[in-house]
Design a protein around this ligand. Structure first.
Ligand code: SIN
Length: 305
């Protein structure tokens, strides 16, 4: 058996393995710490943080679908002050590589949060959420146009010196155009993809099941869409990508890596299997050993060349 290396790098950020949670599916790591140490993961991506605390959308916020889940959480979070004072200490004590997901209703909000995080040495990167489909102001409204996506990324770039990752929406006509705009505006890497806008109707009330009417679809139903977007963006731009969308096993993770992702995020699967990420890490290692591949980096984008 050969010695294998599952370390990777994305946007200049070195990771001991390519596996991390998708923002919002793992809180701030505390709840999962009873299952395993968060330091086992390549990085921890935390719930999207806004300038002020947010209560989120009216319940119900979740609807099951045959091959996935609709959510309309509405960026409930504790706000930047409490994130820094209450959440960072746990992540620091556990020696995690922390990627802070940030969101805002206005461009200045993003810049202000980024400035605050620039002063936090325990934060290794920011993931700029311009793709949340569940808020009335900001979120996806910034991410569906190249000019507004670019304006947000430029403002964060000015305020934040560390690795800057733009999280993009699949709800666009041309993902490559938005990806290029973000990279040209200073993003070091891209996370592809956020959820696909969808809905569910309650046939008894004859109304949308989610009070917000629509929600973001995640889970295995969106994997082929996400893979296609990773592949297209890698081929067109060569950018560093974190792939996300319906990953449930190490084989799914490998598909994303072969399509061009340097790392992957696991979202919905965390809700039904708290051990899914360590299982994927072990599976990747075993695949490399069994196939005589010394480094996972050799597989990044092999299917996109
Ligand atoms: C939410 O909080 O509504 C989900 C976050 C997102 O889709 O970016």
């Amino acid at each position: 058996m050969i010695n294998v290396d599952i370390s990777t790098a994305v946007g200049g950020l070195k990771l001991k393995n390519p596996v991390m949670p998708a923002s919002g599916t793992w809180g701030y790591g505390e709840e999962y710490a009873e299952f395993y140490s968060p330091a086992e993961l390549g990085a921890v991506v935390v719930k999207g943080t806004t300038l002020e605390p947010r209560q989120g959308n009216e319940p119900p916020r979740i609807a099951e679908t045959p091959a996935g889940m609709l959510n309309s959480v509405g960026l409930q979070n504790v706000g930047i002050e409490r994130f820094i004072s209450e959440k960072i200490p746990f992540l620091r004590e556990n020696k995690c590589i922390v990627i802070a997901n940030i969101a805002g209703g206005a461009i200045d909000d993003y810049a202000e949060i980024a400035k605050r995080l620039d002063a936090e040495k325990d934060i290794s990167a920011v993931e700029v959420n311009i793709s949340c489909p569940n808020v009335k102001k900001g979120g996806i409204a910034f991410g569906v146009r190249a000019d507004t996506a670019s304006a947000v990324i430029k403002s964060v770039r000015k305020a934040y010196k560390g690795a800057l990752i733009a999280k993009l929406s699949p709800n666009v006509t041309d993902i490559v155009e938005i990806a290029r705009a973000c990279i040209d505006s200073g993003a070091d890497a891209l996370t592809l993809i956020n959820t696909v806008k969808g809905m569910s109707i309650d046939i008894n009330s004859r109304k949308p099941l989610l009070p917000n009417s629509t929600g973001g679809l995640s889970g295995p139903a969106i994997k082929p869409i996400a893979l296609r977007m990773v592949y297209e963006v890698k081929k067109a731009t060569g950018a560093d990508i974190i792939g996300v969308g319906g990953i449930e096993c190490f084989e799914d993770a490998l598909e994303f890596i072969m399509a061009g992702a340097s790392a992957v995020q696991v979202g919905t699967a965390n809700f039904y299997n708290p051990f899914i990420m360590p299982e994927i890490i072990s599976g990747l290692k075993a695949y490399l050993e069994e196939n005589g591949i010394s480094s996972v980096k050799e597989l990044i984008g092999v299917a996109a060349r």
